[in-house]
Design a protein around this ligand. Structure first.
Ligand code: GDP
Length: 417
């Protein structure tokens, strides 16, 4: 974990390459979200940040060179590590740069209360260069030292347990997921349960695409054979354990209650805020065609929408297109009126950047809104949720198609002749 552009991807690439260079891997290295590096007779597994690709895509708009010590996302990472009570190892990257100042970075770490080893603490720190490959083996060694200190062992026997790292639908191979085995030995025909999905393992592959007959603890594998797409970060359990999990504890019930209340409060606040904005005036948009000067009355038809785009710029472009629907006097932002035969209010609840997320779906449900996505995707695992919550969405790569879709959806709401 670390700040954007500090070299996480480069480091993973360099480590991946290490393995290929050792000649262990046949085939082409694939991206499955996790891979292993062998050191003597031991193996270290590295995980990519989930959804890393999406973030990289966002970032690539303005790839910047950064070399600025402890930054905001580093602090965020430190908080997360602390919360998870997980051990950490610091890699100070880009030491090949002429202006690299390792000591300064160490001082910054000290200011964040990171107890580095050389100052009497227990946090190992390795200065590296991802692009030059400097000190990579030292970094891997540091990881092994850490595991030795913690005496990490895994159970190779008994029920299989693991975590789902990523899941997707592959056009050729069907539903599959990358999972990390944590306990037991995964074999062909093993039965796995993840949330409400299950699989009889039809095949397993390592990150180079090579088929595996078994996967021991700490091995990341791609598993095919899922009947549904695993959507919860939990794989395989004894059935009994599953049943136990299903019986919610009193504490969990209370937590659920808290979340629900929070969501209700949030909705109330949101509605109040909108009502307030509504008082401040209106912003009318007329569909191209003969100008109509009716007064918008509050009984008119409403169509609630949430707009998602792949970038701020594209969301703006969509709003620009909506603006071509001839706006009259300024109305509150977030509420457009489309004249379409009769007047239709287009209530824009949110514009957001990125793929459709669970919170978008929840928001859409709360406001009975339809989600329109431009150049974004909806994760497979959210589709059942949309169905369950009756949330409609339209994804397209062409802006006018989106507007067309909106108009069609509005037509559906107009009184039938
Ligand atoms: P991430 O956002 O943390 O994944 O960062 P990237 O791996 O994408 O790296 C961001 C930029 O820093 C890229 O242009 C890399 O080529 C560059 N970079 C990464 N590691 C090093 C390094 O060790 N030395 C130098 N000089 N540049 C690096």
């Amino acid at each position: 974990m670390g700040h954007v552009d500090h070299g996480k991807t480069s480091l993973l690439d360099a480590l991946r390459h290490t393995k290929v260079a050792e000649g262990e891997a046949g085939g082409i290295t694939q991206h499955i979200g996790a891979f292993t590096v062998k050191v003597n007779d031991r193996q270290v597994t590295f995980l990519d940040t989930p959804g890393h690709a999406a973030f990289s895509a966002l970032r690539s708009r303005g790839a910047q060179q950064r070399n600025d010590g402890v930054m905001e996302q580093t602090r965020e990472s430190l908080r997360m590590i602390k919360e998870a009570n997980a051990p950490m190892i610091v890699a100070i990257n880009k030491i090949d740069k002429h202006n690299a100042d390792v000591d300064k970075t160490k001082r910054m770490l000290l200011q964040e209360a990171i107890q580095l080893e050389e100052f009497g603490g227990d946090v190992q720190c390795v200065p590296i260069s991802a692009t030059k490959g400097t000190n990579l083996s030292q970094l891997v060694d540091a990881i092994l030292v850490q595991t030795d200190l913690m005496n990490l062992r895994s159970e190779g026997k008994g029920p299989i347990e693991g975590v789902v790292i990523e899941s997707k639908v592959d056009p050729g191979r069907g539903r599959l997921c990358t999972a990390l085995v944590e306990r037991g030995v995964l074999r062909k025909s093993s039965i796995l349960v993840a949330g409400t999905a299950w699989a009889k393992v039809r095949g397993m592959f390592d990150h180079t695409g090579n088929p595996l007959t078994k996967a021991t603890p700490s091995t990341p594998v791609e598993v095919i054979g899922w009947r549904d797409l695993p959507s919860r970060p939990k794989m395989a359990h004894q059935i009994i354990q599953l049943r136990q999990n299903m019986e919610m504890t009193e504490k969990q019930k209370q937590d659920e209650e808290v979340i629900k209340t929070k969501m209700d409060d949030y909705n109330k606040e949101y509605k109040a805020m909108l009502a307030e904005k509504r008082k401040q005036g209106r912003y009318k948009i007329r569909r191209q065609g003969p100008r109509q000067k009716e007064i918008v009355d509050d009984d008119s038809i409403r169509h609630s929408v949430i707009i998602k785009g792949d970038a701020d710029g594209s969301v703006e472009a969509i709003l620009d297109v909506l603006d071509t629907y001839d706006c009259h006097s300024p109305m509150q932002d977030g509420c457009y009126s489309l004249w379409y035969g009769s007047c239709v209010h287009l209530l824009l609840w949110a514009t957001r950047v990125g793929d459709i997320s669970e919170s978008d779906v929840k928001l859409a449900e709360a406001f009975q809104a339809c989600i329109y996505g431009f150049n974004v995707a909806i994760p497979e695992k959210l589709k059942p949720l949309c169905k369950e919550l009756k949330v409609d969405y339209l994804l397209t790569n062409i802006i006018y198609r989106m507007v067309e879709g909106m108009v069609k959806d509005i037509e559906k709401r107009l009184p039938q002749k």
